[in-house]
Ligand binder design. Structure first.
Ligand SMILES: Cc1cc2nc3c(=O)[nH]c(=O)nc-3n(C[C@H](O)[C@H](O)[C@H](O)COP(=O)(O)OP(=O)(O)OC[C@H]3O[C@@H](n4cnc5c(N)ncnc54)[C@H](O)[C@@H]3O)c2cc1C
Ligand SMILES: *[C@@H]1O[C@H](CO)[C@@H](O)[C@H](O)[C@H]1NC(C)=O
Ligand SMILES: *[C@@H]1O[C@H](CO)[C@@H](O)[C@H](O)[C@H]1NC(C)=O
Ligand SMILES: *[C@@H]1O[C@H](CO)[C@@H](O)[C@H](O)[C@H]1NC(C)=O
Length: 493
């Protein structure tokens, strides 16, 4: 059958138009796919930032929402450091450490609530996560210290600003420069969107306006609930005995992510496991303040002593947080408070920027000698001098410490030397419980099945630390699980 000239022309024209149409449609299609593969990260602390960077490194687009006018959360406040086992810094300082040793310390601290899969994820990814931080964001993590409950020195920090600030602000700065990231601040996420059992986006409020956004996956990184003091809050629900204690946490730490996840039947675990940190600073100008500055565990790491109002020690200062807190609470109940934390000049030198900051805030006071301190506080001088003299003998190995202290650092105290002193009390600090995830940061339902499209990382997840978190393991949890969540969500279809 032959075509007429007109018919042929019409046919060719149609073909050209069809090709043009397909070409015109294609970029549109890609655009649509781009918005479909966008992942939402809720919360811009270290966990959310680690997740966002990892998503982008996997080629994804990110929308990061934070309810506060600035990012950073509690991560910005962290002052002791971040753990890693088998790191470059450790080997250049001659510290020999292994994933197995870190796992053993974490497992023993977690007690009967230890979850081997989550602990393994934390410890086996630790050295890699620290090198990710230092190589990708030029963060200095070259100093290493020993904190309570660790068998070796593995808590890393740098020479500059405190570690939480140094790490978190480096990730924030870099995110600002990446076109694949959109950040919206003062955006309070109030609801997870769901269709056919899959998480499809979030609803957030900003300036009283509600917006819905779609995504292929949502990562919850909203932090803990150690400041959730509301009568209907999570502290009241799970640990009403702690409502009377102050907190070290920012007022954002109200368990929002726990509620969001529960609304889709995610399971919450270990919710009554809350870490009370032994040492929050009492500000003499505002003794009753509900929010307190943390007296970093690094202070005890460089050799701080704890003494009661009689000038006597009552605990191995290098014990685990839960044990030190318990010993302090007994002293306070016996009416032997207030408890003071004492540093010598060697320790001050080692944590100079911390101490300068605390002194400038009026949280720590510098005395020329023990007698000045005793006069100012009413602690009996003779008893204090005896305590210091005894401690010197334990530190030099001449006598054995009755409280079992074996890790001494800057252990020699002279009654004629400088003393830095602070009034300290136990403070609500960290919530071990939270959203149940697997070792890939996928959120699990009550039946133990992953909820499609939903991931969680950082303090909002539960179970990594069991009954007691070791110092330095929470920044690590934020980076490790943030990266796992980012990698898993980038694969989400
Ligand atoms: C004073 C202090 C010192 C510490 N020192 C150390 C230390 O030295 N080493 C260590 O390992 N750990 C330390 N910790 C613990 C550690 O800092 C935190 O557990 C960790 O930083 C939590 O990180 P995150 O990203 O999960 O949460 P966060 O850093 O708290 O960030 C959560 C973010 O989510 C946002 N958010 C919450 N709800 C919503 C919502 N509904 N919508 C949108 N955004 C929301 C918040 O505004 C916040 O920015 C310390 C904690 C404190 C308080
Ligand atoms: C975009 O999505 C459509 C439909 O889901 C799919 O057929 C197409 O292959 C995708 N294109 C790209 C570039 O990923
Ligand atoms: C980022 O970190 C990873 C993992 O440590 C490393 O392989 C990679 O080279 C780093 N990238 C840059 C640009 O430093
Ligand atoms: C802390 O207390 C627990 C139980 O009360 C005990 O088993 C442990 O040895 C104590 N000390 C340390 C350093 O963990």
């Amino acid at each position: 059958m032959a075509f007429s000239r007109n018919q042929s022309l019409f046919f060719i024209l149609t073909l050209v138009l069809a090709v043009l149409l397909v070409n015109w449609l294609q970029p549109k299609e890609i655009d649509m796919n781009v918005s479909q593969t966008r992942t939402i990260v809720v919360g811009g602390g270290l966990a959310g930032l680690s997740a966002a960077h990892t998503l982008i490194q996997h080629g994804a687009q990110v929308l990061l929402l934070d309810k506060k006018p600035s990012l950073g959360g509690n991560s910005m406040k962290a002052s002791s450091g971040i753990n890693g086992a088998g790191t470059e810094a450790q080997s250049s300082l001659g510290v020999s450490d292994t994933v197995e040793a870190f796992t053993a310390d974490t497992t023993s601290s977690a007690g009967q609530l230890a979850r081997p899969d989550l602990i393994h994820a934390l410890t086996s990814n630790s050295a890699e996560s620290l090198s990710w931080l230092s190589s990708n964001f030029s963060i200095d993590l070259s100093l290493v210290s020993l904190l309570g409950g660790h068998s070796v020195a593995r808590t890393h920090r740098g020479r500059g600003p405190p570690p939480g600030f140094a790490i978190t602000s480096a990730l924030m700065k870099k995110l600002d420069t990446l076109p694949a990231a959109e950040v919206i601040k003062s955006a309070h996420v109030v609801r997870l969107l769901e269709a056919n059992g899959r998480v499809t986006g979030v609803e957030y409020e900003t300036n009283g306006e509600t917006t819905s956004v779609q995504a292929n996956a949502v990562i919850i990184a909203t932090g803990g609930y150690a400041a959730d003091y509301a009568p209907s809050g999570l502290l009241a629900k799970y640990r009403p005995d702690l409502l009377g204690l102050p907190t070290t946490n920012g007022d954002h730490a109200t368990g929002d992510g726990h509620r969001l996840a529960s609304s889709l039947h995610a399971s919450l675990i270990d919710m009554d496991e809350i870490q009370v940190h032994p040492t929050g600073f009492v500000d003499p100008k505002d003794e009753g303040a509900k929010t307190k500055f943390l007296a970093a565990e690094a202070l005890r790491g460089v050799g701080a002593l704890l003494v009661d109002a009689d000038g006597k020690r009552f605990v191995d200062e290098m014990e685990r947080r839960d044990n030190v807190t318990k010993a302090m609470q007994e002293i306070i109940e016996q009416g032997k408070g207030p408890i003071r934390l004492l540093l010598n000049a060697d320790a001050e030198k080692e944590l100079k920027s911390h101490c300068d900051f605390y002194v400038s805030k009026g949280l720590m006071k510098r005395y020329e000698n023990a007698a000045d301190f005793a006069k100012d506080t009413g602690v009996p001088n003779a008893a204090l001098i005896q305590t210091l003299a005894e401690h010197n003998k334990y530190a030099s190995g001449e006598l054995k410490d009755p409280f079992g202290k074996i890790h001494f650092h800057n252990g020699q105290f002279s009654p004629d030397g400088v003393l830095l002193a602070s009034w300290v009390v136990p403070v609500v600090h960290y919530t071990m419980g939270g959203i149940h995830t697997d070792a890939s940061a996928r959120v699990l339902s009550a039946e133990g099945k992953p909820i499609p499209g939903l991931y969680a990382a950082g303090e909002v997840i539960g179970g990594v630390h069991g009954k007691n978190r070791l110092g330095g393991s929470s920044l690590l949890e934020a980076v490790v699980f943030g990266r796992l969540a980012g990698a898993a969500a980038a694969e989400a279809k």
